[in-house]
Design a protein around this ligand. Sequence first.
Ligand SMILES: Cc1cc2nc3c(=O)[nH]c(=O)nc-3n(C[C@H](O)[C@H](O)[C@H](O)COP(=O)(O)O)c2cc1C
Length: 163
Amino acid sequence: MKTLILYYSGTGKTEIVAKTLSSQLSGDLLKVTDHKERNSFKSRIRSAIDAFRENKTKISPKKLDLDDYDLIYVGTPVWMTNPVPAIITAIDTYNFKGKNIVLFATMKNVGGNKAIKRMDEKFQSRGARVINSFTIKTQDKNTSQITGDTLSVIRLLNLNSNL
Ligand SMILES: Cc1cc2nc3c(=O)[nH]c(=O)nc-3n(C[C@H](O)[C@H](O)[C@H](O)COP(=O)(O)O)c2cc1C
Protein backbone atom coordinates (compact mmCIF):
# COMPACT_ATOMS: atom_id res chain seq x y z
CA MET A 1 0.00 0.00 0.00
CA LYS A 2 1.48 3.33 -1.05
CA THR A 3 1.16 6.46 1.06
CA LEU A 4 1.22 10.09 -0.05
CA ILE A 5 1.67 13.15 2.14
CA LEU A 6 0.07 16.10 0.38
CA TYR A 7 0.35 19.52 2.01
CA TYR A 8 0.49 23.28 1.72
CA SER A 9 2.85 25.37 3.82
CA GLY A 10 3.32 29.13 3.83
CA THR A 11 5.99 29.63 6.50
CA GLY A 12 7.36 26.09 6.79
CA LYS A 13 5.64 24.73 9.94
CA THR A 14 3.23 22.36 8.18
CA GLU A 15 6.17 21.30 6.02
CA ILE A 16 8.08 20.13 9.11
CA VAL A 17 5.11 17.92 10.06
CA ALA A 18 4.76 16.64 6.48
CA LYS A 19 8.46 15.79 6.17
CA THR A 20 8.44 13.98 9.52
CA LEU A 21 5.41 11.94 8.43
CA SER A 22 7.08 11.17 5.11
CA SER A 23 10.26 9.86 6.69
CA GLN A 24 8.52 7.91 9.47
CA LEU A 25 5.82 6.36 7.29
CA SER A 26 7.87 5.99 4.08
CA GLY A 27 5.35 8.12 2.24
CA ASP A 28 5.85 10.19 -0.90
CA LEU A 29 5.83 13.92 -0.27
CA LEU A 30 4.00 16.46 -2.42
CA LYS A 31 3.71 20.16 -1.74
CA VAL A 32 0.76 22.02 -3.24
CA THR A 33 1.73 25.57 -4.17
CA ASP A 34 -0.51 28.61 -4.50
CA HIS A 35 0.05 30.94 -7.48
CA LYS A 36 -0.99 33.94 -5.36
CA GLU A 37 1.65 35.77 -3.34
CA ARG A 38 0.82 35.05 0.29
CA ASN A 39 3.69 36.29 2.41
CA SER A 40 3.66 40.10 2.45
CA PHE A 41 1.63 41.91 5.13
CA LYS A 42 -0.92 43.06 2.56
CA SER A 43 -1.32 39.62 1.07
CA ARG A 44 -1.85 38.14 4.55
CA ILE A 45 -4.99 40.22 4.93
CA ARG A 46 -6.12 39.05 1.48
CA SER A 47 -5.27 35.47 2.49
CA ALA A 48 -7.33 35.75 5.67
CA ILE A 49 -10.32 36.96 3.64
CA ASP A 50 -9.83 34.23 1.01
CA ALA A 51 -9.68 31.56 3.72
CA PHE A 52 -12.70 32.94 5.58
CA ARG A 53 -14.78 32.95 2.37
CA GLU A 54 -13.31 29.66 1.13
CA ASN A 55 -12.27 31.36 -2.10
CA LYS A 56 -10.57 29.09 -4.61
CA THR A 57 -7.09 29.85 -5.96
CA LYS A 58 -4.75 28.66 -8.72
CA ILE A 59 -2.57 25.77 -7.58
CA SER A 60 0.27 23.58 -8.77
CA PRO A 61 0.15 20.80 -9.65
CA LYS A 62 -2.95 21.57 -11.68
CA LYS A 63 -3.71 17.87 -12.09
CA LEU A 64 -2.68 14.95 -9.93
CA ASP A 65 -2.97 11.22 -10.59
CA LEU A 66 -3.62 9.51 -7.25
CA ASP A 67 -4.16 5.99 -8.63
CA ASP A 68 -1.01 4.61 -6.97
CA TYR A 69 -2.07 5.67 -3.48
CA ASP A 70 -4.46 4.01 -1.04
CA LEU A 71 -3.67 6.26 1.89
CA ILE A 72 -3.29 10.02 1.58
CA TYR A 73 -2.33 12.44 4.36
CA VAL A 74 -3.60 15.97 3.68
CA GLY A 75 -2.09 18.81 5.68
CA THR A 76 -2.95 22.48 5.97
CA PRO A 77 -2.08 25.51 8.06
CA VAL A 78 -5.16 27.00 9.74
CA TRP A 79 -6.19 30.41 8.41
CA MET A 80 -9.14 32.11 10.08
CA THR A 81 -10.05 28.71 11.57
CA ASN A 82 -10.35 27.30 8.04
CA PRO A 83 -8.14 25.22 5.70
CA VAL A 84 -6.06 27.38 3.33
CA PRO A 85 -7.43 28.20 -0.16
CA ALA A 86 -4.83 25.95 -1.86
CA ILE A 87 -6.05 22.91 0.08
CA ILE A 88 -9.73 23.76 -0.41
CA THR A 89 -8.94 23.98 -4.14
CA ALA A 90 -6.95 20.72 -4.10
CA ILE A 91 -9.83 18.82 -2.47
CA ASP A 92 -12.20 20.12 -5.15
CA THR A 93 -9.75 19.48 -8.02
CA TYR A 94 -8.02 16.12 -7.53
CA ASN A 95 -9.93 12.83 -7.55
CA PHE A 96 -9.90 11.41 -4.01
CA LYS A 97 -12.81 9.02 -4.55
CA GLY A 98 -12.38 5.75 -2.62
CA LYS A 99 -9.19 6.92 -0.86
CA ASN A 100 -8.43 6.64 2.85
CA ILE A 101 -7.50 10.07 4.18
CA VAL A 102 -5.67 11.24 7.30
CA LEU A 103 -6.07 14.97 7.93
CA PHE A 104 -3.64 17.22 9.76
CA ALA A 105 -3.58 20.91 10.52
CA THR A 106 -1.06 23.24 12.14
CA MET A 107 -2.06 26.46 13.85
CA LYS A 108 -0.74 28.98 16.34
CA ASN A 109 -3.34 28.14 18.91
CA VAL A 110 -6.99 27.94 17.83
CA GLY A 111 -9.25 26.69 15.05
CA GLY A 112 -7.57 23.38 14.21
CA ASN A 113 -10.57 21.22 14.96
CA LYS A 114 -12.90 23.43 12.94
CA ALA A 115 -10.53 23.33 9.95
CA ILE A 116 -10.30 19.53 10.23
CA LYS A 117 -14.11 19.26 10.40
CA ARG A 118 -14.48 21.38 7.27
CA MET A 119 -11.99 19.23 5.32
CA ASP A 120 -13.70 16.08 6.62
CA GLU A 121 -17.09 17.30 5.27
CA LYS A 122 -15.58 18.11 1.90
CA PHE A 123 -13.77 14.77 1.57
CA GLN A 124 -16.90 12.83 2.56
CA SER A 125 -18.95 14.61 -0.09
CA ARG A 126 -16.29 13.58 -2.63
CA GLY A 127 -16.45 9.88 -1.76
CA ALA A 128 -13.26 9.67 0.32
CA ARG A 129 -13.04 8.21 3.83
CA VAL A 130 -11.36 10.18 6.61
CA ILE A 131 -9.87 7.54 8.92
CA ASN A 132 -7.89 9.75 11.28
CA SER A 133 -6.87 13.34 12.00
CA PHE A 134 -4.69 15.45 14.25
CA THR A 135 -3.67 19.05 14.91
CA ILE A 136 -0.34 20.50 16.02
CA LYS A 137 0.13 23.87 17.73
CA THR A 138 3.13 25.72 16.37
CA GLN A 139 3.24 29.01 18.28
CA ASP A 140 6.75 29.72 19.66
CA LYS A 141 7.95 26.24 18.64
CA ASN A 142 11.16 25.53 16.76
CA THR A 143 11.75 22.79 14.20
CA SER A 144 12.81 20.15 16.69
CA GLN A 145 9.79 20.80 18.93
CA ILE A 146 7.39 20.49 15.98
CA THR A 147 9.20 17.34 14.85
CA GLY A 148 8.95 15.96 18.40
CA ASP A 149 5.22 16.74 18.57
CA THR A 150 4.71 14.96 15.24
CA LEU A 151 6.61 11.88 16.42
CA SER A 152 4.41 11.80 19.56
CA VAL A 153 1.25 11.93 17.44
CA ILE A 154 2.53 9.11 15.20
CA ARG A 155 3.04 6.97 18.33
CA LEU A 156 -0.21 8.02 20.01
CA LEU A 157 -2.43 7.40 16.97
CA ASN A 158 -0.42 4.35 15.97
CA LEU A 159 -0.08 5.74 12.45
CA ASN A 160 2.67 3.23 11.66
CA SER A 161 0.06 0.46 11.77
CA ASN A 162 -1.42 1.72 8.49
CA LEU A 163 1.70 0.55 6.67
C1 LIG B 1 -3.78 34.53 7.08
C2 LIG B 1 -3.46 33.72 8.32
C3 LIG B 1 -4.49 33.36 9.18
C4 LIG B 1 -4.22 32.58 10.33
N1 LIG B 1 -5.27 32.18 11.13
C5 LIG B 1 -5.01 31.43 12.25
C6 LIG B 1 -6.08 30.98 13.09
O1 LIG B 1 -7.28 31.17 12.83
N2 LIG B 1 -5.74 30.27 14.23
C7 LIG B 1 -4.44 30.01 14.57
O2 LIG B 1 -4.22 29.41 15.62
N3 LIG B 1 -3.40 30.38 13.76
C8 LIG B 1 -3.66 31.07 12.61
N4 LIG B 1 -2.62 31.44 11.77
C9 LIG B 1 -1.27 30.94 12.08
C10 LIG B 1 -0.92 29.65 11.28
O3 LIG B 1 -2.01 28.73 11.26
C11 LIG B 1 0.26 28.89 11.90
O4 LIG B 1 1.34 29.76 12.07
C12 LIG B 1 0.63 27.69 11.04
O5 LIG B 1 1.35 26.74 11.82
C13 LIG B 1 1.46 28.12 9.83
O6 LIG B 1 1.79 27.00 9.05
P1 LIG B 1 2.84 27.11 7.83
O7 LIG B 1 4.14 27.59 8.44
O8 LIG B 1 2.94 25.74 7.29
O9 LIG B 1 2.28 28.12 6.88
C14 LIG B 1 -2.88 32.19 10.64
C15 LIG B 1 -1.84 32.60 9.76
C16 LIG B 1 -2.12 33.33 8.62
C17 LIG B 1 -0.98 33.72 7.69
